[in-house]
Design a protein around this ligand. Sequence first.
Ligand code: SF4
Length: 255
Amino acid sequence: MPVNADATDVASESEGDLPINELFYSLQGEGVLAGVPTVFIRTSGCNLRCWFCDSYHTSWEPTHAWMDVDEILAEVESHEQCEHVVVTGGEPMMHTEVVELLNQLSANGYHTTVETNGTIHRDAAIDLASISPKLASSTPTPAKDPKGEGEWEDKHEERRVDMDALSSLVEQYEFQLKFVVTGDQDMPEIESLLQRLRQSTTRRIGNDDVLLMPEGATRERLEETREATAELAMEYGYRYTPRLHVDLWNDAPGT
Ligand code: SF4
């Protein structure tokens, strides 16, 4: 059920409600659960502004309807055959109400995945923290800013890695670390970030917990990026993840 509504400032949050950009049933396209039928709850609002954001209407121009937890649960439960729920964004961990949503989903027997950029930690019923730390190549420089203004460059750069939040997420939850790869120039930063993270947590981070995902939200763009990303995964010993939903449905909304 797409619930796109009039563009509204996420800051004008109604108490107890979540800003929902879309809520739909599809296949998980990325990561260790790729291919699993899943209900997606996409919250609106993000504390970052990656230039390549594939959910533009949750970050650069947030658009949403307000829904309370009971309304969201009723919509999830209408997909009776589905056991998996992904809470994504935007950055879903921005919203305090996401904790209640995740706890209720878990109490109702769902497997919960949270897709997060790893800058905010919350204590909630999360079965898989799908953490996608943002690299320097994500920064919206004036040349790459989709709005051409460059006003988010400094804020994005300051916020994009929070080692305390990242370590806490890895310590507390089953996790995958998913990096959007734009080219081999990203690899030194990935290596360095992993080294820092491994030093800051007692949790083992295996190379197969590290996923390289090609940048690209359309089939055409993935044609250009996926082979090089797969070769980097082999070279460094990390896991390659496809973007199945793009292969299947290109950039259609609600997939
Ligand atoms: S962190 Fe995710 S949702 Fe936020 S701007 Fe980057 S890609 Fe978009």
